[in-house]
Design a protein around this ligand. Structure first.
Ligand code: COA
Length: 165
């Protein structure tokens, strides 16, 4: 049986930190669904369609590994989406101790909603653990260099977005 995992997030926008988790997530599952969430409690800069498109374009650059990854947008509860997708686990990245409380709480709440789906944490790699989409957007808005945090494609779209403002 194929082991299917979900890597959910807002991805506003996808960063090299997310890509690191996606690549390493492939070591624990046969198929990885990157779930781009509509309901996140955040006010994203890019709409759902654009966030998913940027994720797809970054994943397309992975070569043959891309064949084991699917990008899907979802609304509503993550656990419902995971069940519908026949996933047995949810993958989340942990960057620092500060992420732990939020992630621990979310994993426990999700576990109450569906006991058969496990949350698995991958620690962010040492060269990406400080990256956050929020700071990437702030730097882009203020005209700074974001080339080491996101792909050239994402950087181009962020630049275009903030040039219009
Ligand atoms: N390296 C670098 N940065 C990383 C990272 C990594 N490995 N992993 C996450 N990040 C950053 C992101 O850039 C983001 O930064 P930001 O807060 O500055 O924007 C932050 O960490 C977390 O973002 P992300 O991984 O995209 O997750 P999220 O917390 O925005 O997503 C959902 C949360 C989508 C999983 C959650 O809202 C959800 O499940 N929504 C569906 C509704 C639901 O089921 N709710 C009940 C939940 S109990």
């Amino acid at each position: 049986m194929k082991r299917i995992g979900i890597y959910p997030g807002t991805f506003d926008p996808i960063t090299v930190g997310h890509m690191d988790i996606i690549k390493r997530g492939l070591n624990v599952v046969d198929k990885l669904i990157v779930g781009v969430a509509l309901d996140t409690g955040k006010a994203p800069v890019f709409d759902l369609e654009m966030r998913a498109k940027l994720v797809e374009q970054d994943i397309a650059r992975l070569g043959k590994d891309a064949a084991r990854i699917e990008v899907k947008s979802f609304s509503g509860l993550l656990m419902n989406f995971a069940e519908e997708s026949k996933a047995c686990l949810v993958i989340r990245g942990l960057r620092a101790v500060s992420d732990f409380e939020y992630e621990f709480q979310m994993a426990c709440m999700n576990s109450r909603l569906n006991r058969s789906i496990e949350t698995v944490f991958l620690t962010a790699s040492e060269d990406t653990h400080f990256i956050s989409s929020r700071f990437v957007k702030q730097i882009a808005r203020l005209g700074g260099d974001i080339s080491s945090f996101v792909s050239p494609n994402v950087a181009k779209h962020l630049k275009k977005h903030f040039a219009k403002k």
